[in-house]
Design a protein around this ligand. Structure first.
Ligand code: SF4
Ligand code: SF4
Length: 634
């Protein structure tokens, strides 16, 4: 593989050469071995079209809508494709929610004084608890406990009782519609049970009904799981506020002890930064011959961390998103890879052996074949666990440094990170008016929430995401970026103020006036809930329903199951939702029609699929211009 087929980023391309030289299996070569996609496509056409099923012993079955060829049980190809999509959605929701449970557990333990963390944002705690109608009198700790109890009770609510969190947080207009459509959810656990049980053979074989169930679960995921998670993490670790951050693989200096928290849950990452900033730990690193000890942020755990905490010489920088994982592990600069709930690859043990680093799962979910090390995160033991992990890294340094030839001089740049609803309001002087004014007078045409992953499906890592983002900002569309796609924007230079030169004249003017880049780094894929909340606030401020706002969602390189439920959330909110690569539903024509056309008449949402970046951006712009016209904006 070469150039654009590997990655947008020079650092990753350079390390790919090392992987080849070292004869290491790697994601690019494994992708190639599976068939490259495109034309001719070597992948199975039935798997790509979604018209296959192997759920029971009568299968595997194949379906064909045109010939009315059905599975042995009688399910159609539309049913097969949506059922598999719903199962992916369940995986996404449950993984989001696993993280949320850990966050609420951490908040509770912190309120009881049992963790190394404190309540960093009492104002946010009180504001959020107040929105939920909770008693906000007394100590912060008491309010935090009330908040944790309230959330846990709502998560466990039966599906026939409307979720209080959704009732209290979602826009009223959406709530009424969701009730009318029968997609107003109960507690998320019951919603996941309903969806999973519906997928059993001979239970729900109707694609439209399965899609409806996905939306219900999506709404529960956004308002129960994602918002509670991010807001509680804000309360514990601080609100994202704009600041500079070093990004790209040049943040790895092999002469330091390098500790890499990886995944999605930032708890031990933050605990390690707190310890590593102490002289005692820097001295320990120096004693083994290192220049010091650094915590290097990675993937989504890293994204959660860099949005909230400022960089220094200890919390040094951010590498990038998940596809660069093997590249960074082959840099020869890693001492420990601390794997929490998400995004650590099954191949990592082979890399740990070759490049001499410790690979330690810190979540009971994460298991690597052949790896005995383990330290399951417990909030009450966070400080002790963080110290154990740092010690493992220090102990690893000498031999790693002596035996593994490092790759030096990799590129590094600075990105501005840390935009949140609150920090955007701060930057605008406390009111959304300057931004809304810029939209109303046409300085910018609209806003896109780019909530994406990174995938090799159609192009190299981040290549399509960067293309789409460039096409959008060129058309005066401001981007809020989240997820691994946010890493793409940061490393790709679009979250740097200089990127305003790539924007259209209106957006460039706005960026200059506010001192912001054209792509605002807004967090992780879990921040889908946060942006849903922001849309609710804008909708209320303008008295305009969410589907009528000049906004859209884009997932130019969606990858895994969490991303699929985010797209469903976009549809339930009534958003134009651009997704790429083409989902595996193309042999389900009625389902495709439902997602791309009919859902518009239900929620106002619409899925758009387009491989070409220019055409995709034109589609988003046409949607935004249509909404502007409807609002009477020029
Ligand atoms: S559930 Fe139906 S379509 Fe799936 S394998 Fe069984 S018989 Fe075939
Ligand atoms: S869902 Fe996508 S953005 Fe979120 S962690 Fe997974 S790969 Fe990254």
């Amino acid at each position: 593989m070469q150039g654009d087929r590997i990655s947008q980023h020079e650092s990753v391309r350079k390390l790919y050469e090392r992987l080849k030289k070292d004869g290491m299996t790697n994601i690019w070569d494994r992708y190639e071995a599976q068939g490259m996609g495109g034309n001719p496509d070597q992948r199975c056409g039935f798997c790509q079209g979604g018209n296959r099923c192997d759920l029971c012993s009568n299968g595997p079955c194949r379906g064909d809508v045109a010939k009315d060829k059905r599975g042995v049980c009688g399910i159609t190809a539309d049913g097969m494709a949506m059922r598999m999509m719903l199962l992916r959605n369940v995986m996404g929701s449950s993984t989001y929610h696993y993280h949320t449970e850990q966050t609420v557990k951490t908040l509770r333990a912190t309120a009881l004084g049992k963790t190394p963390f404190t309540i960093k944002e009492p104002a946010k705690l009180r504001a959020f608890a107040g929105r939920l109608g909770l008693d906000v009198s007394g100590k912060d700790q008491d309010i935090a406990l009330r908040l944790a109890d309230f959330a846990l009770q709502d998560f466990n609510r039966p599906y026939w009782e409307p979720s209080r969190l959704v009732e209290l947080l979602a826009p009223k207009e959406r709530q009424e519609l969701w009730k009318k459509l029968g997609i107003f959810p109960g507690g998320i656990y019951h919603e996941m049970m309903q969806c999973t049980s519906s997928c059993l053979t001979n239970v729900d074989g109707y694609y439209a009904s399965l899609a409806t169930k996905a939306m219900r679960m999506g709404i529960a995921t956004a308002y129960q799981s994602q918002i509670v998670n991010e807001f509680c993490q804000d309360i514990l670790f601080g609100l994202p506020r704009p600041h500079k951050m070093r990004v790209d693989l040049g943040v790895l200096d092999p002469d330091y002890v390098n500790v890499l928290p990886n995944g999605h849950e930032p708890f031990l990452g933050f605990a390690m930064v707190q310890l590593a900033r102490k002289k005692e730990w820097q001295d320990k690193a120096k004693k083994v011959g290192a220049k010091g000890l650094r915590i290097i942020a990675n993937i989504e755990t890293g994204q959660e961390m860099i949005q909230r905490w400022e960089m220094d010489d200890v919390f040094f920088g951010f590498t990038g998103n998940w596809i660069m994982q093997e590249a960074l592990l082959a840099s020869g600069a890693v001492d420990i890879f601390v794997a929490d709930m998400n995004c650590s690859m099954p191949i990592d043990p082979m890399y740990a052996k070759k490049y001499h680093f410790r690979l330690v799962p810190v979540s009971e979910l994460v298991v690597f074949e052949g790896v005995a090390d383990r330290l399951n995160y417990e909030p009450e033991k966070a400080e002790k666990q963080a110290a154990q992990l740092l010690q493992m890294a220090v102990d690893n340094f000498k031999e790693r440094h002596a035996t593994v030839e490092p790759v030096r001089g990799l590129p590094m740049r600075e990105a501005v990170v840390g935009f949140s609803t609150e920090s955007i309001l701060d930057a605008l002087g406390g009111k959304l008016d300057p931004l809304l004014g810029a939209i109303a007078d046409g300085t910018i045409r609209g806003v896109v929430g780019l909530i994406s992953c990174t995938s090799l499906r159609d192009s190299g890592q981040d290549v399509h995401s960067i293309r789409i983002a460039k096409e959008l900002i060129k058309r005066d569309i401001l981007i809020l970026s989240m997820g691994c796609g946010n890493g793409a924007m940061q490393v790709g230079g679009l979250c740097s103020p200089e990127a305003k030169e790539l924007a259209g004249p209106g957006l460039k003017k706005l960026c200059g006036a506010l001192g912001i880049p054209p792509v605002l780094s807004y967090g992780t894929c879990t921040d889908t809930g946060r942006i849903a909340d922001l849309l609710g606030a804008i909708s209320a401020a303008l008295n305009v329903p969410v589907p009528d706002l000049p906004v859209a969602a884009a997932a130019p390189e969606y990858m895994e199951q969490k991303a699929t439920i985010d797209a469903i959330i976009g549809l339930a909110l009534g958003l134009y939702t651009y997704v790429n690569p083409v989902p595996t539903v193309t042999a389900a024509p009625n389902l495709v029609k439902l997602l791309t056309e009919d859902v518009k008449g239900l929620t106002g949402g619409q899925m758009s699929v387009e491989k070409d970046a220019v055409k995709a951006a034109e589609g988003i712009l046409a949607h935004i211009e249509g909404k502007r016209k409807k609002l009477g904006l020029k």
